[in-house]
Structures are given as structure tokens and as C-alpha cells.
Design a protein around this ligand. Structure first.
Ligand code: XBP
Ligand code: MG
Length: 269
């Protein structure tokens, strides 16, 4: 009798869907361009820097996951002559800017200005009611996740997720697989029993490299990216009064939105 992993590795149907692993920025919530980007610019202004990450430039900088990594990339690619890092040096300068940015971002979350994407609250409720386990796998700073969940879904929401794998908890950020591997290990589940929900190519590559099927819901920044290998690509997760469109992958089996029942039923597709 072959082992479950052997059957699963052959695409066998013995493995049922057991968990949903959610990306955060662009997947759970529309955090760009009016969230992180605005927070970065406020931190630059606080520091007396004339840096302004407008919407188009930020779209280019989003190719680099991680706020500190994004600032370092901007310095290297757009401000090569900048050297005013102070006595503590470049890394401390970047870390200080990023801490300031995170503070502004948390303020924006607490002011309620960053909406959940369509279908997210409904899918989370269906998953919990149907016994699907939940996890987060994100590049953003852990505190950002906690506050986003509390301000948008209530104080109990962080507890719905068995693991919140985020930011510097792993050595390498997306597109490296580290954060998904961390979440799978914490869940104690094989990749074949889990679905990753993402919004970007970086996120898709990270999840796929960890062996996960991935459902991508695009947004204005990621719509034109290459999502080859995704299990399904949709414009958003959809609602009964706001049907979603399948952009790539298997057509809808039943209702035109991403549902826990539909994901379970279609898991063998
Ligand atoms: C998107 C990211 C993050 C955010 C900024 O994360 O790349 O870096 O842009 O957050 P996700 P930090 O994996 O959820 O799409 O400044 O805290 O990094
Ligand atoms: Mg994302």
C-alpha cells in the first residue's frame, strides 16, 4: 500500500484540502497604494527626506518584498549617491526609517482606512464553519497582521489563524519559499493538503516553491504579472452580489465566487 505522501505526490485524491494559507497585502486587504506607500512617504517626511514614492514608482518598487529591503533597493537603484546615514550606519538608518513607517501604517489601520478585499470575510467564516484550518504567510511585519485582523475582523480574529508566519520570522522573504515552509511546519501538514491564496508573482513563486497549489486574486498592481503555474487566477474572491471572474484555471463548478465548499469539491481537479 503506497503511503499518503506517495499517493499525493502522484496527484492522488487521497489528500483532502485541510488548510488555507493566506497572504496578507493585496490578498486579505487592499493595503496598496493607500496603505504602506502612504506610510513610507510619511516616514520619509518625518526624516526630512525629499523622497516621494508615487503610485507608479511604488509599483516598480513592489518587485522587492519587504519594507526594509525595498528601502535598500530604492537607495541602491535610485539614490546611489545618498550617504547621509549618520554615525550608526546604513542598516540602522534603514531600520529606523522602517520602524517609523510601521508606526504610520498602524495608525492608518487604526483609522480604518484599509478595506478587506471582497469575499475575504465570507471565506474565512465558511472555512471556520467547515473545519478548514487557517494560517497566514506574509512578508509584512507581524504587528501589521495582528492590527489589520483586529481592526477589520475583531479582536478574536488573530486567534482564528493557527500560525501567523510573517516578515523577519524567516531568513528569506518572498519569492523564497521560507515563509510558506514555516507555516506548513507549524501546521504539521503536507503541502498537498493546503491551498495558498496570493495576489502577486512573488507570492505565487514562494508558495509554489514550497509545493503549494495557489489561487491568485489579482489587483491593480499585479494584474499584468505572469501567474504561470497558479491553480486558478481570479479577479477577486467574489460575493453572491459581486461574482468573481476566473482569469485562468478551471472554470467555476458551482457558484461564481471562491467558497470553502467549492474549494473542497474542486480539490481533485
Ligand atoms: C507584501 C510586502 C510587504 C509590504 C510592506 O507582503 O512585500 O513588505 O509591502 O510591509 P505580502 P513591511 O507577502 O503580505 O504580500 O514594510 O512590513 O515589509
Ligand atoms: Mg501580497
Amino acid at each position: 500500500m503506497a503511503s499518503i505522501d506517495t499517493i499525493a505526490s502522484r496527484g492522488g485524491s487521497l489528500i483532502q484540502l485541510q488548510a488555507l494559507l493566506f497572504d496578507v497585502d493585496g490578498t486579505l486587504a487592499d493595503t496598496e497604494p493607500d496603505g504602506h506607500r502612504v506610510a513610507f512617504n510619511r516616514a520619509f517626511a518625518d526624516a526630512g527626506l525629499d523622497w516621494d514614492w508615487d503610485v507608479p514608482l511604488y509599483g516598480e518598487l513592489l518587485a522587492v518584498a519587504g519594507g526594509k529591503e525595498r528601502i535598500a533597493h530604492y537607495l541602491q537603484s535610485r539614490r546611489p549617491g545618498f550617504a547621509d546615514f549618520g554615525a550608526a550606519g546604513k542598516d540602522a538608518f534603514i531600520a529606523g526609517l522602517h520602524q517609523r513607517k510601521t508606526s504610520h501604517y498602524l495608525d492608518l489601520l487604526k483609522q480604518g482606512g484599509i478595506p478587506l478585499r471582497p469575499g475575504v470575510e465570507r471565506l474565512l467564516a465558511e472555512a471556520r464553519a467547515g473545519g478548514l484550518r487557517l494560517a497566514v504567510a506574509t512578508t509584512t511585519t507581524p504587528e501589521n497582521v495582528e492590527v489589520l485582523l483586529r481592526t477589520s475582523l475583531g479582536d478574536e480574529a488573530p486567534g482564528w489563524f493557527e500560525v501567523i508566519a510573517a516578515g523577519d520570522m524567516v531568513p528569506a522573504k518572498k519569492p523564497a519559499p521560507d515563509v510558506y515552509e514555516y507555516a506548513l511546519h507549524a501546521l504539521g501538514l503536507p503541502a498537498h493538503a493546503c491551498l495558498a491564496l496570493e495576489d502577486s508573482r512573488n507570492g505565487l513563486l514562494s508558495a509554489m516553491d514550497a509545493g503549494l497549489r495557489t489561487l491568485v486574486s489579482v489587483n491593480d498592481y499585479t494584474r499584468g504579472q505572469d501567474f504561470s503555474g497558479a491553480w486558478r487566477v481570479v479577479d477577486h474572491l467574489g460575493e453572491p452580489d459581486d461574482p468573481a471572474t476566473v482569469l485562468a484555471g478551471a472554470p467555476w463548478r458551482d457558484e461564481p465566487w471562491v467558497s470553502a465548499a467549492g474549494l473542497r469539491a474542486g480539490w481533485r481537479d
